[in-house]
Ligand binder design. Structure first.
Ligand SMILES: [Zn+2]
Length: 345
């Protein structure tokens, strides 16, 4: 009964070597369901593996299937009888928490030192991603979608959970003045989450017009160009979400925060030492808070997408067939012209 099937997958071989290939899909393990993938969102880390053969300190040492922002439909239910039935539409939680012996707060499994993530070269052998027409996944990763939430709308669940976690790291934002630095997909999703959470005003900052338009449609009350240092400093935001992943963005975040305010850093800066406007952060007694991936926030996101309270309709700008993955990656890399780019499988 082990009639193996094949799938079309997006595989990063090395820097600037992205291929759409036919791969073998093995018979699923007893705790795995087989998923027919519908959509996959291209993330900054996918772009880094393609452009540089590395994402931060995670370096490609062997070809790896990319992709961790995926949704699909169960095509084979798990043999152990657990998890959703055939035909169930699901979003995917891409993390597998795990320990190494190093200490971490156990109620925050996103910080577990042995955590693996779909489509990540942080460890070797690499953790294969799920940009493939058919994928086997453990049922604990599957999140059943409510009947009124389409697969296409749910395709943003994973990055929205990253944004949701970042906003939760800011504390209670209701009635507060908030600024978001960097209006790429994570920044724009943070704007949408902040609006839902009742922020009094949301200022979005970016270098380009198109992301600012997307952020405005997602709920930003004001937009500023990243070069307008004076206007950024005048915001005096209670909370700043740094989503640019650039040290200049972090400097803007510090400059634009009110005395005693909080800066949540969700944009991942390059590894190694980075310049920081630290004296101002000290004398203003700013709280600089990191934010990394997410835990169960994806469940809250799915509920909020389904009940319409989280409006992310402005954020997907392009959709490409998987066979044109290279075109999709090129569009996604052009942050002046695109928001979230989806692959359709
Ligand atoms: Zn992502």
């Amino acid at each position: 009964m082990s009639s193996n099937i094949t799938a079309t997958a997006v595989v990063a071989h090395a820097a600037n070597d992205l291929r759409v290939e036919t791969i073998d899909v093995p018979t699923p393990a007893a705790n795995e369901a087989q998923i027919s993938i519908a959509y996959g969102g291209i993330c900054g880390s996918d772009l880094h593996y393609w452009s540089h053969g590395a994402a931060g300190e995670s370096i490609l040492k062997a070809p790896m299937i990319l992709g961790h922002e995926i949704v699909g439909t169960v095509s084979v239910a798990a043999a152990d009888g657990r998890g959703p039935a055939v035909g169930t539409p699901v979003a995917i939680h891409p993390a597998t928490p795990g320990g190494t012996g190093a200490r971490y707060p156990e109620d925050r499994p996103n910080l577990s030192p042995g955590c693996t993530y779909l489509g990540s070269a942080a460890r070797f052998p690499h953790t294969e991603g799920a940009f493939a027409t058919t994928v086997n996944l453990p049922v604990r990763m599957l999140r059943e979608l409510p009947a009124n939430l389409s697969l296409r709308d749910a395709a943003l669940a994973e990055p929205a959970a990253v944004a949701w976690h970042a906003v939760s790291r800011a504390g209670n934002v209701a009635g507060k003045r908030v600024m978001v630095i960097g209006a790429g997909p994570i920044g724009a999703l943070a704007v949408a989450v902040l609006k839902r959470a009742g922020a009094a005003s949301i200022v979005a900052v970016d270098m380009f017009d198109k992301p600012l338009e997307i952020a405005a449609a997602a709920g930003a009350s004001e937009t500023l160009k990243a070069t307008d240092a004076e206007a950024i400093a005048a915001v005096e935001a209670d909370v700043v979400i740094e989503a640019s992943g650039n040290y200049r963005g972090l400097a803007s975040a510090v400059r634009g925060a009110v005395r005693g305010g909080r800066v949540v850093m969700v944009g991942l800066l390059p590894s190694g030492e980075q310049p920081a406007l630290i004296s101002l952060a000290i004398t203003r007694e700013l709280e600089l808070v990191g934010s990394f991936r997410f835990n169960d926030e994806i469940d809250e996101v799915i509920t909020a997408l389904a009940d319409g309270s989280l409006d992310v309709s402005s954020i997907v700008t392009h959709e490409y067939d998987v066979n044109d993955a290279l075109g999709a990656f090129e569009t996604a890399k052009n942050s002046a012209e695109s928001g979230k780019v989806l692959l359709k499988f």
